[in-house]
Design a protein around this ligand. Structure first.
Ligand code: BYC
Length: 317
């Protein structure tokens, strides 16, 4: 019986029919999606922290408006994604508890500090740039609510990438010190950005199954290569140098070759020992506690509405 259901399920995926919340799905598919979508949601809300830290120090009103809008967008992305995970039966409080207790992963990139204004440029250009590269394929993910959430997220990420690039363009056309700030920022964010795509394909435990289920459409290494190929010309326009002596165009492959990622550093950060892991979780926990009154007020309002509805129904009857 279960085998037949699994065959029908895979046939639907192969025929590019979206899987919707009430459809039958293998338990492992559900779990994989909850894992990936909730990690993604956590990345969005933890990702608000390095940039949120610069809102009060933005160099002009215009920059401040754009940065506030971007950080608010990340909160919205978290909201769509937690909601998508809830359609699979996950409880939001459980997901947040996993984040706060360090059980759930979130993107390694957000455990690095944003120490200068140029980092606001590098995060937009590189981090959002890497995110778009990965997320465009997710707009075609087999699970309907995830795919649909990703369409809007990708549109917003494009604006984020451009605002970041424009910050760096301004710095690179400015004084020598400003250009050096941009270079220093690229030096610090380049390698962590490449790590965002996850381990090499040979080490990626989930890729084969997720690609068969069309949750992922491209492998970690394919996406990383596409990101490098797209980003090198952009660095040339800025006039700053990517910190990789092995980076060079390979005519035969039609791609850039690039150096080896420091995988020991990657796993160390993923396991919770990056420069900011502890601080990020503390900050998220504090934000959750401070937001308790908003959740309480929302529940009280919903209860009041229910009571009013029940009372007016009773009157009619
Ligand atoms: N960091 O088998 P693999 C944003 C884990 S936020 C930490 O390849 P998979 C933004 C992986 O979870 C955008 N952990 O896994 C926000 C797995 O561990 P578990 C974030 C990582 O899932 C604010 C193990 O390594 N984007 O744009 O097939 C401001 C083996 O990996 C990482 C998403 O979340 C990592 N980098 O592929 C600015 C995209 N990489 O779970 C910007 C959605 C891997 O077995 N997610 N791991 O304990 C995905 O597309 C996939 O989950 C990944 C990994 C490509 C990330």
């Amino acid at each position: 019986m279960i085998e037949k259901l699994e065959q029908q399920f895979q046939a639907k995926i192969d025929a590019e029919v979206k899987i919707e919340p009430k459809d039958w799905m293998p338990e492992k598919y559900r779990k994989t999606l909850i894992r990936q979508i909730s990690q993604h949601a956590h990345s969005e809300v933890v990702g608000m922290l390095p940039e949120g830290n610069w809102i009060t120090r933005a160099p002009s009103l215009r920059r401040k408006i754009a940065l506030v809008a971007k950080v608010q967008d990340e909160a919205g992305h978290g909201l769509y994604l937690y909601s998508a995970a809830e359609t699979l039966g996950a409880e939001r409080d459980d997901l947040l508890d996993q984040l706060h207790t360090g059980k759930a992963k979130y993107s390694s990139i957000f455990n690095y500090p944003a120490t200068t204004w140029a980092d606001m440029g590098a995060i937009g250009w590189l981090v959002d740039g890497a995110a778009i590269m990965n997320q465009v394929m997710l707009t075609r993910a087999s699970y309907g609510p995830y795919a649909r959430a990703m369409v809007r997220i990708c549109k917003e990420e494009s604006f984020h990438q451009r605002q970041g690039y424009e910050i760096l363009l301004t710095l690179c056309r400015g004084t020598e010190i400003q250009k050096q700030m941009a270079q220093d920022s690229l030096n610090r964010w380049w390698w962590p950005s490449l790590m965002m795509f996850g381990p090499n394909d040979a080490e990626s435990t989930h890729s084969a199954q997720s690609m068969a289920w069309k949750i992922k459409r491209k492998s970690n290494d394919e996406l990383r290569q596409a990101f490098v190929d797209a980003t090198v010309p952009q660095a040339k326009i800025l006039g700053i140098t990517i910190p990789d002596p092995d980076l060079k165009w390979n005519e035969e492959r039609g791609h850039y070759d690039f150096g080896e990622i420091d995988w020991a550093e990657f796993w160390n950060v993923v396991k919770g020992n990056g420069p900011c892991n502890r601080q990020r979780i503390e900050d998220r926990k504090k934000a959750y506690e401070k937001g308790a009154w908003v959740r309480d007020a929302a529940v009280a309002y919903a209860e009041k509405r229910e009571q009013r509805k029940a009372a007016s129904k009773a009157k009619v009857a």
